[in-house]
Design a protein around this ligand. Structure first.
Ligand code: ZN
Length: 202
């Protein structure tokens, strides 16, 4: 999905309708910040908003996702492409999250085994220390890889302005987190809060 192109198209069709961002937002019962976010290419409308948005702008969902008015001739081809894009994005995000979880589990098992071996099996002190150092390295690499994969899967959603954004690895690492939320600063409204991790566009 070309968010920039889609954003420009939303702005263009809105202006053709002689509407301000606020008027469009009011028609959809959302904030004008959200409309501005779409038009700047910083996020796609939620799927539940796509139909009402298209109705107001007098375009088809296919036009919206393509970022231009699609001719009847191209219609089917573009519709299929758009559907595939959405599905591929979802699949890629799901795959990364799964990989991240597997990576985490493998790391825990590997580190625990190494620690057990180092603690209970007779061996030279130097080898024992080397094994423990190795366990620490495995833990660091495993946790790091799991983090990169998780942060790369999907996007984060600000609870205040509903902005969708990708977190930098630095912010990701710093943020206090639960299983599905992480404390991050929203690049749109600047508020720091527990942002939801979204994987799939429904
Ligand atoms: Zn925000």
């Amino acid at each position: 999905m070309d968010q920039i192109k889609i954003g420009k198209f939303i702005a263009k069709t809105r202006k053709e309708k002689d509407m301000t961002q606020k008027q469009l937002a009011d028609a959809l019962l959302i904030s004008d910040k959200t409309v501005s976010k779409w038009e700047c290419g910083k996020g796609l409308p939620e799927v539940s908003l796509m139909l009402p948005l298209c109705e107001v702008l007098d375009i088809s969902v296919n036009d919206l996702l393509t970022g231009e008015r699609v001719s009847d001739l191209d219609y089917k081809k573009k519709a299929e492409e758009n559907m595939m894009n959405l599905m591929q994005e979802n699949q890629r995000n799901k795959k990364n999250l799964t990989l991240s979880i597997i990576c985490g589990i493998v790391t825990i098992v590997a580190v625990c085994s190494l620690v057990v071996i180092a603690s209970y099996i007779e061996m030279h002190a130097a080898i024992r220390i080397a094994l423990i150092v190795f366990a620490i390295v495995v833990a660091a690499i495993g946790v790091g890889a799991a983090g990169v994969l998780e942060n790369d899967a999907g996007w984060w959603e600000c609870p205040h302005c509903k902005a969708e954004f990708k977190a930098s690895m630095k912010d990701y690492v710093k943020g206090y987190h639960t299983f599905t939320k992480r404390r991050l600063k929203c690049p749109e409204c600047g508020k720091t809060s527990m942002c939801k991790h979204k994987i799939v566009r429904k």
